[in-house]
Design a protein around this ligand. Structure first.
Ligand code: SAH
Length: 243
C-alpha cells in the first residue's frame, strides 16, 4: 500500500512538472509539429512541383508555427496564408517555397527581401544563402520579427524598418531580391540594386497580380510570368504614416 502511494506521488509529480513546465510544453509542441511540417512539404509543396532539395530541406526545418500568433498556431501547417496582425499575413507555405526556388540560391549570395512581416520568409532565405537584408514598413512588425529572428539564433539577417520601395542602397547590389507585397509596377530602385546575373522575384499588380521572375543579364531584363498570386499591396512610407 505504502509503495503504491509513493508510486502515485511520483507519477503525480512527474505529470505536474511536464504539464506546467513551459520549456517542456514548447518541446512537446515542436515535436507534434514536425510531422505536420513533413506533410506540408510532401502534400503542398513537392506535389506542386518545387524540386530544389535545399529549399525543401529549409521548409522542413524552419518552424513556421513560431512565426504565427499563438491562438492560430494549430493552423500553422495548413495550405494558406494566416493573419499576423496589423492587417498583414504570413504567406502560404507553397508560395514561400516557390519564390525561394525561383531565387536560385546556392549558398553564398546576398539577398534582399521586401516585406519582413512575420520574418518567416527571411528565416527560410537565411538557411540558404550567406546574408539576408529584409525591410518592413510597419514598425511593430519589424520590431517583433527582429526579436524573434534573434531569439531563434539567426546571425545572418538584418531587419530594417523602412520603405522597401527604395531598396537598401548601403548593401546593394544583391544577388537576389524577393518582394512579398505587391506594387503596381516594379520599383526602379530594386532593378538598379540587382546584380548583373541576379534574380528579382516579385508579385506585380493591384486586384489581379502576377508573380514575375526578372533576370538581369548583361544589363538587360528578361521577365517571365510565373503564376497569378494574391499578396497584400506594397504600401508607401507617406501613406503608411498617415494611417
Ligand atoms: N514575408 C512575410 C510576408 C509578409 S506580408 C512573411 O514571411 O511573413 C507583406 C509585408 O509587406 C507586410 O508585413 C507589409 O507590412 C509589408 N510591406 C508593405 N509595403 C511595404 C513596403 N513598401 N516596404 C516594406 N514592407 C512593406
Amino acid at each position: 500500500m505504502r509503495q503504491l502511494l509513493i508510486l502515485s506521488l511520483i507519477v503525480f509529480l512527474h505529470l505536474e512538472s511536464t504539464q506546467f513546465n513551459p520549456v517542456n510544453a514548447e518541446n512537446a509542441e515542436s515535436s507534434t509539429y514536425t510531422k505536420a511540417r513533413e506533410d506540408m512539404v510532401a502534400n503542398q509543396i513537392e506535389t506542386r512541383g518545387v524540386k530544389d532539395k535545399r529549399v525543401l530541406a529549409a521548409m522542413r526545418k524552419v518552424e513556421r508555427h513560431k512565426f504565427v500568433p499563438k491562438q492560430l498556431r494549430y493552423l500553422s501547417y495548413t495550405d494558406g496564408p494566416l493573419p499576423i496582425g496589423e492587417g498583414q499575413t504570413i504567406s502560404q507555405p507553397y508560395i514561400v517555397a516557390l519564390m525561394t526556388e525561383l531565387a536560385g540560391l546556392k549558398g553564398d549570395e546576398k539577398v534582399l527581401e521586401i516585406g519582413t512581416g512575420s520574418g518567416y520568409q527571411a528565416a527560410i532565405l537565411a538557411e540558404l544563402c550567406a546574408h539576408v537584408y529584409t525591410i518592413e514598413i510597419l514598425e511593430p512588425l519589424a520590431t517583433r520579427a527582429k526579436a524573434l529572428l534573434e531569439d531563434l539564433g539567426y546571425t545572418n539577417i538584418m531587419v530594417k524598418y523602412g520603405d522597401g520601395f527604395l531598396g537598401w542602397k548601403e548593401f546593394a547590389p544583391f544577388d537576389a531580391i524577393i518582394v512579398t507585397c505587391a506594387p503596381q509596377e516594379v520599383p526602379l530602385p530594386l532593378i538598379e540594386q540587382l546584380k548583373d546575373g541576379g534574380r528579382l522575384v516579385i508579385p506585380v499588380g493591384t486586384f489581379y497580380q502576377e508573380l514575375k521572375l526578372i533576370e538581369k543579364k548583361n544589363g538587360k531584363l528578361i521577365t517571365k510570368n510565373i503564376i497569378p498570386v494574391s499578396f497584400v499591396p506594397m504600401l508607401r512610407k507617406n501613406r503608411a504614416l498617415q494611417k
